[in-house]
Ligand binder design. Structure first.
Ligand SMILES: [Mg+2]
Length: 248
């Protein structure tokens, strides 16, 4: 049997369903550019360097996750915290003290991350350029202000955003603050990102719309079950960044 011509085949409908004149808030790490894969590589190198006699790689990783949660709670996100977590984890699992030599080796794992070139995810530059002509774009990221702004400058995407917010944490209150600061109308404002915990759930809680664009290697500390949107709120899930331009 032939399909009727207008049957929905999974493709995004034509331009007339685009939302117009919206405020689009964009996450940065693992939404605009690769980030977590560098940490995963550094962690793999750390685990192999530690080469623990008793604990498996998985157990070392679990311990590191605990160290990261504790460090972030005290010192916030960023490479300095990550380095501190690696050293804490090493100290907790090693029978010997961290000698200056070992300390230097561990620091090198962190430096390998800082030295990474910015790798934009597919379609990001073209899509943002197209969206900028139709909407207001604001970058909303979290972490170390200096590190995040440096990555934005190196990405060459900075001119596309009318404002940049580097938050200490992306929770509901932080989104409400951003909305107030920029005079956003919640019904016409969307948070777009890869993290259920930092991008989608808190922005829905703050009354915004959201677009979830999953990344295969989202950081484990960002995992969470996605909440439901409550009408008239809209939650979209897209496979990739480029699909945004058909909806906005
Ligand atoms: Mg992200």
């Amino acid at each position: 049997m032939r399909h009727p011509r207008n049957s929905y085949n999974g493709a995004v409908p034509a331009n007339d369903t685009r939302f117009t004149n919206q405020t689009l808030l964009f996450d940065a790490d693992d939404t605009l550019w690769e980030n977590n894969i560098y940490f995963e590589r550094a962690i793999a190198a750390f685990i192999s360097y530690l080469d623990h006699r008793v604990h498996t790689g998985e157990e070392v990783r679990e311990r590191l996750n605990l160290c990261e949660r504790a460090t972030i709670a005290k010192f916030g996100y960023g490479l300095t915290s990550f380095r501190r977590s690696l050293i804490d984890c090493f100290e907790q699992l090693s029978d010997e003290p961290v000698t200056p030599d070992k300390h230097q080796r561990i620091v090198a794992f962190t430096e390998s991350i800082a030295a990474q070139e910015i790798e934009l995810l597919p379609g990001v530059a073209e899509t943002l350029t197209a969206l900028k002509a139709r909407h207001r774009l604001i970058l909303v990221t979290k972490g170390s202000d200096a590190e995040q702004r440096d990555k934005l400058n190196r990405s060459e995407l900075a001119p596309l955003f009318t404002a940049v917010e580097v938050l200490a944490e992306k929770h509901e209150a932080a989104y409400r603050d951003v909305v107030a600061r920029h005079g956003c109308e919640p019904a016409k404002t969307w948070m777009i990102g890869n993290s259920p915990k930092s991008d989608i759930n808190p922005s829905l809680a703050a009354g915004l719309n959201a677009v979830f664009i999953p990344h295969d290697f989202t950081w484990v500390l960002e995992h969470e079950v996605i909440d439901r949107a409550h009408a008239p709120q809209t939650l979209l899930e897209l496979e990739n960044f480029a699909q945004l331009s058909a909806r906005f």
